[in-house]
Design a protein around this ligand. Structure first.
Ligand code: SAM
Ligand code: SF4
Length: 325
């Protein structure tokens, strides 16, 4: 078990499988001029499995989430998922834009992927094009249906609240998700990377989203669950139907003090916090050929978790696709 000086125990690992992406969401990645890690610097499947299996066996990690960049771009993903599932981890999830999910969902489920969170910021095709600057809304919608059909459940949708861009769709997105029995989670826009420049104008708090939803639905908050990033509410419609949504508020109500995550970057940097720009480099240990690599790895993992701040400061000097959001 790895605990930090505040008593937080690391039980969840996010693995960025690539820093590349097939979309260019305006709040995440520049449209042009991106530089990506050369392939020889990206962890191989064997290296990812070695770290994951060590953390599952020797520490308290029970949950793994695959992310990126776009994790579906990783070659050999189904096989990697199978190997990660075989580590015995209890929950193996993925965060994806779902552009490439339709058709691949059954194989991923079969390999041991438990569930998916799909990012969807709009239901309007033109707006999708403006926001993502490439790709097709319909492909993401098909990916959502495929995930439901393959029982990658519970399927959750992540929507970043962006004032003046998609705040007029809050109710429509709730209705879309309610119709499919999908939990929708509204995320506050963070002032990192591409969204830093116009953050003040674009940011909308989850409190404001709740106020808007209260005009249409009766909302009942769930009890707060320590360690959960989202605060959940049950929405009741006039016709008696109920639906659960979640609110993730990294800006207005930071959940740092109960965060139990470790993050493994695509090139092998381990971070205790999304906002820590640096952390120990595991790749050099994995490639050292040292028979004592597990002992060295353990020391580095403890170091990363110990560096985890109690309350993190937002930094604009990083981008989500690189960090593995
Ligand atoms: N490409 C995948 C996807 O979009 O689901 C996984 C990686 S993406 C970096 C993970 C999540 O980070 C997405 O839900 C995305 O909306 C969110 N994200 C990216 N930049 C953000 C920002 N500036 N503020 C809040 N969320 C952000
Ligand atoms: Fe790609 Fe995800 Fe960033 Fe959008 S949010 S550009 S899909 S990594």
């Amino acid at each position: 078990m790895i605990a930090d000086r505040h008593g937080r125990v690391a039980d969840s690992l996010r693995i960025s499988l690539t820093d590349r992406c097939d979309l260019r969401c305006s709040y995440c990645m520049p449209l042009t001029g991106n530089t990506f890690a050369p392939s020889e610097e990206v962890l191989t499947d064997d290296e990812i499995v070695a770290v994951a299996s060590f953390l599952v066996r020797r520490t308290g990690v029970r949950r793994i989430r695959l992310t990126g960049g776009e994790p579906l771009l990783r070659a050999g993903l189904v096989e990697l998922v199978g190997r990660l599932a075989a580590t015995g981890v209890e929950d193996l999830a993925m965060t994806t834009n779902a552009q490439l999910l339709a058709g691949r969902a059954p194989a991923l489920r079969e390999a041991g992927l438990t569930r998916v969170n799909i990012s969807l910021d709009t239901l309007k095709p033109d707006r999708f094009r403006e926001l993502a600057r490439t790709g097709e809304l319909q492909r993401t919608l098909d990916g959502i249906d495929a995930a439901l059909e393959a029982e990658l459940t519970p399927v959750k949708i992540n929507t970043v609240l962006i004032r003046g861009v998609n705040d007029d769709e809050i109710v429509d997105l709730v209705r879309y998700c309610a119709g499919r029995k999908i939990e929708l989670r509204f995320l506050e826009l963070m002032a990192i990377g591409e969204s830093a420049a116009d953050h003040d104008a674009r940011y909308m708090s989850t409190t404001e989203a709740i106020d808007r939803l209260s005009e249409r639905f009766r909302l009942v908050p769930h009890d707060f669950v320590a360690g959960e990033t989202s605060r959940r509410y049950t929405l009741s419609n006039g016709d008696g139907t109920k639906h659960t949504i979640g609110l993730i508020s990294p800006v207005s109500d930071s959940f740092c003090s109960s965060c139990r995550r470790l993050r493994l970057g695509a090139t092998g940097m381990l971070r205790g916090c999304l906002m820590n720009c640096d952390g120990p480099d595991l790749r050099s240990i994995l490639r050292s050929g040292d028979p004592e690599w597990e002992t060295r790895l353990e020391a580095k993992v403890s170091e990363a978790f110990h560096q985890k701040p109690w309350l993190s400061e937002m930094t604009t000097a990083v981008t989500m696709h690189r960090l593995g959001g």
